[in-house]
Design a protein around this ligand. Structure first.
Ligand code: SF4
Length: 316
């Protein structure tokens, strides 16, 4: 039985009317589509920290690298209050075993990047991080995080969702089979996926796994987890994906007919040139994996990293 994917989320994105003016920012994709596969843990820093609805809006002011959180008209500084609450809240969130967090963009409390920070003349620069978002990312540096705005970009969306599913599998691996064999199996099944992001990380991780017996367990698992999440954060490109697809083609050397091989090569090339999306060569490969019962490829998460219903590879 698999574990649920728990994601933290800014409450207003779920449709909760908690914003300063009593409105919400319901995001249909997050609630109706992704919501079928994850369990959300809502967090509204401003309300949970004790501010009313409605309330005077906040803004970030001062030094963009460590701004203050103040009310925008009356200029009351609530930085300490929010920071203290945020430090407590992130410690509480440890017990939820989150696989990621989706922040509300642009918010002085919840925004993860490019939040407006005003200088003394009232001129903003989009360089800030919301107070709660900063505390969260510092406390959980490896957890996948995104905001609702960035998730409209198909590539960022695919990458984020791939990472939360990967992190969930990693959690399962740690829970079920913390053994050298378990780690080798995990690493083997993620080979193509890791290669599609970073061949360099795959090599370093391979060396770590090979030394598994000599490395103390804590160092081994923490080291592997860090490399794994770092690798998946790096962008895939048509070139890297096409290399992986060609590598996969090598496993069919014996089974595919000349025609089938040629057709697959052509489709990989069409993908590399941007004429068809990634789902096209992957679907054809999955068809051959089933047809020729290719046991090694059947196990590769690269071929099914997240549910098809999310249609994430139709646009990348
Ligand atoms: S952006 Fe954050 S603080 Fe503002 S309403 Fe949404 S969850 Fe609450």
């Amino acid at each position: 039985m698999g574990i649920a994917i728990k994601l933290g989320i800014s409450s207003c994105l779920l449709g909760e009317a908690v914003r300063w003016n009593g409105t919400h920012k319901l995001d249909r994709f997050l609630v109706d589509t992704l919501g079928k596969f994850v369990e959300y843990i809502p967090v509204c820093p401003e309300v949970e920290c004790g501010f009313s609805i409605p309330r005077e809006p906040f803004r970030l002011v001062g030094d963009p690298s460590s701004p203050r959180l103040v009310t925008s008209r009356t200029k009351i500084d609530y930085t300490e209050r929010m920071t203290d609450w945020a430090c407590k809240r992130v410690r509480e969130l440890e017990k939820e075993d989150l696989c990621g967090f989706i922040f509300k963009s642009k918010s002085p409390s919840s925004g993860m990047e490019a939040v407006k920070v005003y200088n003394e003349k009232g001129v903003p620069v989009k360089k800030g991080v919301g107070v709660f978002a900063r505390a969260f990312m510092e406390h959980f540096p490896l957890l996948p995080v995104e905001d609702d705005g960035r998730l409209h970009d198909p590539k960022l969306r695919e990458n984020f969702i791939e990472r939360i599913f990967a992190f969930k599998r990693w959690r399962e691996c740690l829970r079920e089979k913390q053994s050298r064999g378990g780690l080798v199996d995990f690493h083997t099944r993620h080979k193509m996926l890791i290669l599609s992001h970073s061949p360099e990380h795959y090599r370093v991780m391979g060396r770590l796994v090979a030394r598994a017996k000599e490395v103390p367990p804590k160092e081994l698992y923490e080291g592997y987890q860090k490399l794994f999440m770092e690798a998946l954060r790096l962008k895939t490109t048509p070139k890297k994906n096409a290399n992986v697809l060609n590598h996969i083609l090598g496993y069919f050397k014996e089974s595919l007919s000349g025609d089938e091989k040629q057709e697959l090569l052509e489709i990989i090339d069409l993908y590399r040139q941007g004429t068809v999306p990634l789902i096209v060569p992957v679907t054809l490969i999955n068809h051959y994996v089933r047809k020729y019962d290719q046991p090694y490829l059947k196990e590769q998460y690269y071929l099914y990293p997240h549910p098809l219903e999310l249609q994430l590879r139709n646009h990348v």
